[in-house]
Design a protein around this ligand. Structure first.
Ligand code: ATP
Ligand code: MG
Length: 248
């Protein structure tokens, strides 16, 4: 029996929550939809099996928890509670019922520019909030941008997030290659916010075009595309001028 199966078979109830089903799987975690036994409130519970993690990855989980505890924003998944046993960590958080932007685009295709503008504005407000608190997400991508029942954005997965300082000491390779900034591909040091900003550009392209701006059949090919900075502007993209004082 695999580790993930073991988690799903044993955890039927966590604290006051009844587990209903699996909604996501990561490298070291399983995410479950659960319901409070009394209030019936739905939550997402990220279940992490500590026995599968080395010291470095365990440290990362604690940092994810520490950062999420500090964040309180309408477009960021709210962490409600953390439970820990000898082998497991349970992160109980707000549930985004409409799932990933990735699946939304796979199902419905690209967004209209009007919808993309509204969605992107919400993403930006959340990222600006993080940066103003010296927190960089480092894994912004369509899979980590979730939608709630009203199709409002909820940013998830602070597993790669970190604190940054103006001295610029970060250098860890983070995130997903199609969303990674050129300096990340080049292994250069970075301050932090600028690599989120690059990923945001990729996200905006994905929302409006329904495809990745930089792609390649190998990591090397993708790297070349990103470093060249060239991408296609599809025919359907509006070509109107942008006015900085436009009122949305
Ligand atoms: P990965 O390594 O794939 O990035 P991870 O282990 O860091 O995954 P998350 O990204 O936090 O885990 O969660 C995995 C998936 O579970 C998300 O992409 C999403 O589909 C789903 N998910 C996570 N949290 C929530 C939530 N609060 N509400 C709804 N779905 C969620
Ligand atoms: Mg993720």
């Amino acid at each position: 029996m695999g580790d993930r199966e073991r988690i799903s078979k044993t955890a039927i109830r966590v604290g006051f929550y009844d587990i209903e089903r699996t909604i996501g799987k990561g490298n070291f975690a399983v995410v479950k939809l659960a319901r409070h036994r009394i209030t019936k409130t739905e939550v997402a519970i990220k279940i992490i099996d500590k026995t599968q993690l080395d010291a470095g990855n365990l440290q990362k989980v604690y940092r994810e928890v520490d950062i999420m505890k500090r964040l309180d924003h309408p477009h960021i998944i709210k962490l409600y509670q953390v439970m820990e046993t000898k082998n497991m960590i349970y992160l109980v958080s707000e549930y985004a019922s409409q799932g990933e932007i990735f699946d939304y685009i796979a199902r419905y295709g690209r967004m209209t520019e009007e919808t993309a503008r509204r969605t992107f504005w919400q993403i930006l407000s959340a990222v600006e909030y993080c940066h103003s608190r010296n927190i960089v997400h480092r894994d912004l991508k369509a899979e980590n941008l979730l939608l709630d029942t009203n199709n409002n954005i909820k940013i998830a997965d602070f597993g790669f997030s970190n604190y940054f300082t103006a001295n610029g000491h970060l250098s860890t390779w983070c995130g997903s290659p199609p969303y990674a900034a050129p300096e990340v591909f080049e292994g250069k040091k970075y301050i932090g916010p600028e690599i989120d900003i690059w990923s945001l550009g990729v996200v905006l392209y994905v929302l409006v075009c329904g495809a990745l701006p930089f792609d390649g059949c190998s990591l090397q090919a993708l790297r070349d595309r990103v470093l060249s900075g060239r991408f296609r502007i599809p025919y359907f993209m509006s070509s109107g001028k942008f006015y900085v004082n436009t009122i949305f």
